[in-house]
Design a protein around this ligand. Structure first.
Ligand SMILES: CC(C)(COP(=O)(O)OP(=O)(O)OC[C@H]1O[C@@H](n2cnc3c(N)ncnc32)[C@H](O)[C@@H]1OP(=O)(O)O)[C@@H](O)C(=O)NCCC(=O)NCCS
Length: 189
């Protein structure tokens, strides 16, 4: 997308722009803020948990110096609860985490004017660029079939149904195999 500037942030670097990111979230999820799970406070709490996990990284997309979207995630640790709500039988070891195996992409969102422009994909790809994990995972709301199809077009594969929190919507977990090249790019393989 013309004029999109991508900026990488670690946990410390995110702290100073956290209020701005919460504003972007509130704009994008305006219609759902009344649901306890989607409230700004609960989102902020989940963001805080993320920043404390090793491997945390974020990418913010700016349009005219204003955040127009972002993505962040962290590396799943052996004690992660990420797979606790998995409701689908999977192969033995498929959810075993080592602290180096899986990058969990916790959030990806862009404001309305940046949709359908490639901005979301650019933010996503920048976040995964150079990651050393063998795979990335994300959760997509079960009812959001078009978003799931979008992620499939980006190379993700369905993994299983997940209820990550007792009061959250039902999600589908998806997995993207990461291929690390010497140049540091990551993508579907
Ligand atoms: C998901 C997202 C980052 C993808 O951005 P993008 O690559 O520019 O793709 P689009 O916005 O064009 O979305 C692709 C399709 O999914 C649909 N879609 C996007 N978000 C949706 C949502 N929250 N619920 C239902 N459908 C959704 C779009 O309407 C579009 O359908 P279309 O092709 O018929 O127009 C962006 O749509 C977004 O920020 N959505 C709101 C936040 C969100 O839902 N994040 C994902 C959580 S799993």
């Amino acid at each position: 997308m013309d004029g999109l500037r991508l900026e990488r942030r670690d946990a410390a670097g995110l702290a100073e722009i956290r209020p701005q990111l919460l504003e972007v979230y509130a704009e994008i999820y305006a219609a759902r803020l009344g649901e306890e799970f989607h409230s700004v406070a609960r989102f902020d709490e989940r963001l805080g948990w993320n920043t404390e996990v090793p491997g945390f990284a974020a990418v913010v997309g700016y349009l005219d110096e204003t955040p127009a979207g972002y993505a962040y995630g962290c590396t799943l640790q052996p004690t992660t609860r990420w797979w606790n709500g998995l409701r689908t039988d999977v192969a033995d070891g498929a959810t075993t985490e080592t602290g180096t195996r899986t990058f969990a992409l916790s959030e990806l969102m862009v404001v309305e004017k940046a949709r359908g422009t490639g901005a979301a994909r650019a933010i996503h790809d920048e976040l995964l660029r150079g990651r050393q994990e063998e795979r990335a995972t994300l959760l997509v709301e079960h009812d959001h079939l078009k978003v799931r199809a979008l992620y499939e077009a980006w190379g993700y594969e369905w993994f299983g149904e997940v209820l990550p929190f007792p009061d959250s919507p039902q999600y589908d977990a998806m997995i993207l195999r990461l291929q690390i090249s010497r140049g540091g790019s990551a993508g579907a393989c």
